[in-house]
Design a protein around this ligand. Structure first.
Ligand code: ADP
Ligand code: MG
Length: 697
């Protein structure tokens, strides 16, 4: 194996490769486009395309693809080979600037939420030069945005790029107010911690529920679960270690900064965290990471489960979206500084996030909503469905002191004035850790912890970037027109703290008392996807995204539609899979075991007349009782599935899944799980939770 520095980024057309392979002026022109969003000259694109093709062919690539992220949540690619016929019946390898910049994809097979009129099936992919091209499976992959004929976004990348522009523009105004004239761009940065399960492929293959839906729809609680907490940070098993090594290598080749790997709380659960980077690249890299996690697992006869809740009663998987703002001069805007001046700027950005999260709780909730994630949120393992911010005691005390104009440090007796000269030094490393908060300040960044493990990080970051951009816009306007900057700053920060402190909660998010308290504070509690999706099209939210050109109203309505449909589809597949597994596997197993018991009773009685068979009879009665209840639950679920089929409205259907189908699925599962505990192991058709969770050595 090559050394890691040699390996790292070896399959990426990155800055080093560009410098080495592009003529100087082409390189400069491309850099200009990447950094300042300048329009790219077609002549430049042609030169870049040629260099890219030569490089890719040297690396063994035969094809190229526009790699994009449609609304399905997984990346899409359509491969074209480089070959081009010549007059003498041979081929040459070609790749033009036009092919690099723009592609045409049939949009009709991707969800568009009605944006794509049926007569115009074409969609377009457009090169995103801010994310490097890379080679995967002998194919040159060009990161692209995907939009309709009319220019509406049909993907996850386009709005993310738009939101990054919005926040850069507004944050820039604010840093200029603090005298940082040298800053020309502000990036939002993201480091997503990715949780996943690894299970044995042989177990997986025997479970239709895992195959069809990514999660187990049945399964009695194992006698050993995660009670002992012996898995968290435990020694990594040999097969898993080999997998992680292989995965790291693949990720490093693609320039993904995979940094830490460890076991998570549940048995068979693990986590990988990369080093943070610009949001757009982090989003692309997370997409690649999820894809590779699955692919590399196959090589090891393992299956990687990215579902938010593969096993009931065992911790689910999330994704922690670490987020901050960073200037092109290397300043982290959420880092408390050394001087009062730096701290005043820090406080202003902190307040911007506080206000944005409070004002757009609903959009943040929607941005992470999915049928899978509904199982996690509020389930005593993940943050509750109520959005709140953890700041830690010290930072909260500072904000309180500012609000009340009292001394923060009793010894120093300085009044808490935000004016850039008067603020005392901040404690740097607040060590308190809170694992239950949905949105936690962790020293120099915020950690948004509500994301589901399988979801792309784009959407939540679109919301974060845009909401904070909106607040920074207002802040900048207020401060730019102020006569006395320090006085205006003090007033502004005090006002924001007063108006938005309700969103700050440092306590235990798993506590039931918190839900009651949150309600008193007027915070939203939207437990399910069906509950929160309508927020997507509230006028205040549409107004925000339209104002910054991130989404048009049509795009938002389309997305609302796509998410509703997706929720219903996922639950439909789950319900149908349950029906089929119950009929084909579980009922037959129960009946077979019943017959075994009956046979045992008959033969015992035949052998010795008048003998008691109390144990066998009791078991048989029990089996029959649960089987009857199972069949009843099966019929009930079946009837509900047929009822929802007849409904037409998207929201109406979603609500019906929430109110009728999910409870019917729960009832059916409870009966099946009771039977699993009763029926002989050799007759039970499915590997048990114990078999699956402890299968990998
Ligand atoms: P923990 O498990 O304690 O939350 P980890 O080290 O596993 O911590 O993850 C922290 C993540 O936060 C890493 O992905 C890291 O790169 C990321 N991170 C650190 N600083 C920033 C920043 N300024 N912006 C975005 N992400 C950051
Ligand atoms: Mg974390």
């Amino acid at each position: 194996m090559a050394s890691i520095p040699e390996l790292f980024g070896s399959m990426v057309f990155n800055d080093t490769v560009m410098q080495a392979r592009l003529p100087k002026d082409t390189y400069q022109a491309l850099k200009n486009t990447m950094q300042n969003g300048r329009h790219l000259d077609p002549a430049v694109a042609a030169v870049v395309a040629g260099a890219m093709k030569d490089w890719a062919i040297e690396k063994g690539a035969t094809h190229y693809t526009h790699w994009f992220q449609p609304m399905t949540g997984i990346a899409a690619e359509k491969h074209d080979s480089f070959i081009s016929p010549t007059a003498d019946g041979k081929v040459i390898m070609e790749f033009s600037g036009k092919e690099l910049i723009k592609g045409e994809a049939d949009a009709s097979s991707f969800p568009s939420g009605g944006l794509r009129a049926t007569f115009e099936a074409r969609g377009y992919t457009a090169w995103d030069p801010t994310s490097y091209a890379f080679i995967k499976d002998n194919t040159l992959c060009i990161p692209t945005a995907f939009c309709s004929y009319g220019g509406e976004a049909l993907d996850k990348k386009t709005p993310l790029l738009r939101s990054m522009e919005a926040i850069s523009k507004q944050a820039l105004r604010v840093v200029k107010l603090f005298g940082h004239e040298d800053v020309t761009m502000v990036h939002s940065t993201v480091g997503p911690e990715q949780e996943y399960f690894l299970i044995d492929k042989a177990m997986y293959d025997r479970r239709k529920d895992l195959i069809n839906t990514g999660r187990t729809l049945f399964g009695a609680k194992p006698s050993k679960g995660q009670e002992l907490d012996d898995h968290y940070y435990g020694t990594i098993k040999t097969r898993v270690a080999a997998y992680m090594r292989d995965l790291d290598e693949e990720l490093w080749k693609l320039g993904v900064l995979s940094k830490t790997e460890h076991n998570e709380a549940a048995p068979a659960q693990h986590e990988m965290a990369p080093i943070f980077t610009t949001t757009n690249i982090a989003a692309d890299h997370n997409q690649l990471t999820m894809e590779l996690m699955k692919k590399v697992a196959e090589r090891h006869d393992l299956v990687c489960l990215l579902h938010e809740k593969p096993f009931a009663g065992v911790n689910g998987s999330g994704k922690h979206n670490n987020w901050s703002l960073s200037t092109d001069t290397g300043m982290n805007l959420l880092e408390p500084g050394e001087t009062p001046h730096e701290n005043a700027q820090f406080l202003l950005f902190l307040c911007a996030v506080i206000k944005a999260v409070d004002d757009y709780q609903d959009m943040l909730r929607v941005s992470i909503a999915s049928a899978g994630n509904d199982h996690r949120l509020g389930a005593q393992e993940a943050p509750p469905a109520v959005v709140s911010i953890f700041l830690g005691d010290e930072l909260t005390a500072i904000l309180e002191a500012i609000e009340n104009g009292t001394a923060y440090d009793a010894k120093e007796k300085v009044q808490m004035k935000v004016g850039v000269h008067t603020l005392p030094r901040f404690p740097k490393d607040t060590t308190d850790r809170n694992r239950t908060s949905p949105f936690a300040f962790t020293g120099n960044k915020f950690e948004f912890r509500m994301l589901g493990s399988s979801q792309p990080v784009s959407e939540p970051n679109v919301v974060l970037n845009t909401a904070v951009a909106g607040v920074l816009d207002d802040f900048a306007a207020e401060l730019e027109s102020a006569e006395d900057f320090n006085a205006a700053l003090q007033t502004l920060i005090r006002r924001v703290i007063k108006e938005h402190k309700r969103i700050i909660f440092n306590g235990n998010g798993y506590d039931d008392a918190w839900l009651a308290e949150a309600e008193k504070r007027g915070l939203l509690n939207l437990p399910t996807t069906a509950d929160c999706l309508p927020c997507y099209i509230l006028p205040k939210n549409i107004a925000l995204f339209e104002k910054y050109g991130v989404y048009s109203e049509a795009e938002m309505r389309a997305r609302y539609d796509i998410y509703l449909t997706n929720y219903a589809k996922v639950l439909h597949i789950e319900a149908c899979t349950m029906l089929s597994m119950t009929r084909k596997d579980i009922v037959p197993a129960a009946i077979r075991y019943g017959r075994e018991l009956a046979d045992a009773i008959i033969s015992k009685k035949a052998a010795k007349r008048g003998i008691h068979c109390k144990v066998e009879e009791r078991l048989l009665v029990n089996i029959q009782r649960h089987t009857a209840a199972l069949v009843e639950a099966l019929d009930a679920l079946d009837a509900h599935v047929q009822a929802v089929d007849a409904m037409s409205g998207g929201q109406e259907r979603a609500n019906y899944y929430r109110d009728a189908i999910i409870p019917a699925m729960d009832t059916l599962r409870a009966e099946a799980d009771s039977l699993e505990m009763l029926v002989a192991k050799d007759l039970w058709p499915l590997p048990s939770y114990g078999d699956i969770l402890f299968s990998v050595r």
